[in-house]
Design a protein around this ligand. Structure first.
Ligand code: HEC
Length: 338
């Protein structure tokens, strides 16, 4: 968030406090960033804080300064006032929680958005709400998406607190048309947000079936070459015993035990999502089959890519064992747990 002339105002302090909460790297807050007003039912923040933040975002552009008036005219779709203010020298991109362009898009005012863009508003400006494309994508406003793209908005510029792309936002909200427009405009389906999320991973996690189908077709991932039996015999199980400590934060090693994840006892060769009394994600339950070496190797190398939507790869829990030697040592050690 940029500081601007408005930040000394008491109303803005309330919002800044609320927005500071939003800045914490927690996945649920991404919803707020994408749509602080319309979707406040979806995330886990104190309702009062949400209400105050939403209220302040609504009130903010209505305040006294010339710049505030521009945002207010943009938000209310008041074309006449907007043109008059800009003709009189009011800034087109004001500092603050969000730019007038963000406000125009949030309230779905194509015409004020167009005027702002024609007068030089930055189509890629980041804000607490993300970029203008993210705001439009999250609401499935394809006309405004097209307008922004025609004014050189870059579909791969990241924004918001989690460095998401517009495609992430569209996938998260299940905005099917926006996903199509963005893909057609060169959005990269393999782009990873701050904690490694892909658009497909978010779509599956949020159960956006139609969007997930579209993204599956374009999200290609080649798993690493898995170890052979001989590789595993050569692997250093002592190194694997050390590496498993990371897993033990969530997984017990003893048979029959669960914590955040299920036991890793006898995991090699076990059915995927094999315990009826463990609350697996839909993604993991639907995957089927067994944990053979190749699947385990792929899953541990990149859980979000190997099984989009699974909950081991949720939020900021990054459990990627990218180093091949460590991964193979870990698998060799897991094989001994039986
Ligand atoms: C932050 C917590 C966390 C950490 C750390 C973690 N896991 Fe998991 N793991 C989970 C959760 C939660 C699930 C269930 C995922 C789901 O239902 O989508 C899971 C599922 C699994 C499964 C599938 C189990 C089954 O019964 O099908 C395997 C295999 C697995 N984890 C291996 C590992 C290994 C190996 C490590 C260490 C490198 C590890 N995990 C680290 C949370 C974690």
């Amino acid at each position: 968030m940029r500081d601007g002339p408005g930040t000394a105002r008491p109303e803005n302090r309330t919002c800044r406090r609320a927005l500071r909460q939003l800045k914490r790297p927690r996945p649920e807050y991404a919803t707020v960033m994408a749509d602080p007003i319309a979707r406040h039912g979806e995330f886990h923040m104190k309702p009062l804080t949400v209400f105050l933040c939403s209220l302040t975002l609504c009130v903010l552009p209505a305040q006294g300064s010339k710049a505030g008036e521009v945002a207010d005219a943009a938000r209310s779709g008041d074309v006449g006032t907007l043109i008059r203010l800009l003709d009189n020298g009011a800034p087109v991109d004001e500092p603050g929680v969000a730019s007038p362009l963000h406000f125009a898009i949030m309230s779905g005012h194509h015409e004020t958005a167009r005027i702002l863009l024609e007068r030089g508003a930055d189509p890629n400006a980041d804000s607490a709400l993300g970029t203008p494309l993210m705001v439009a994508a999250g609401r499935d406003r394809t006309e405004i998406l097209a307008l922004l793209l025609a004014h050189d908005a870059d579909p791969n510029v990241v924004g918001g607190r989690e460095d998401r792309t517009p495609l992430h936002t569209a996938a998260f909200s299940g905005a099917a048309e926006a996903v199509q427009v963005l893909l057609a405009s060169g959005a990269d389906p393999l782009a990873r947000a701050k904690f490694g999320d892909t658009a497909l991973h978010l779509a599956v996690q949020k159960n956006r079936t139609a969007v997930a189908e579209m993204l599956r077709e374009v999200t290609n991932w080649t798993p690493p070459q898995p170890p052979t039996e001989a590789d595993l015999l050569e692997a250093d199980t002592e190194k694997g015993r050390e590496a498993v400590q990371v897993c033990q934060v969530c997984h017990p090693l003893a048979a029959g035990k669960f914590s955040k994840g299920p036991t890793l006892w006898n995991v090699v060769g076990r059915p995927v999502a094999g315990f009826n009394d463990f609350p697996y994600s839909i993604a993991m339950r639907e995957d089927g089959g067994t944990w053979n070496i190749a699947r385990l190797d792929a899953f541990l190398a990149d859980p979000r890519m190997a099984m989009p939507g699974n909950m081991m790869a949720a939020g900021n829990d990054r459990v990627e064992v990218t180093d091949r030697e460590t991964r193979w040592a870990l698998i060799a050690y897991l094989k001994t747990l039986k």
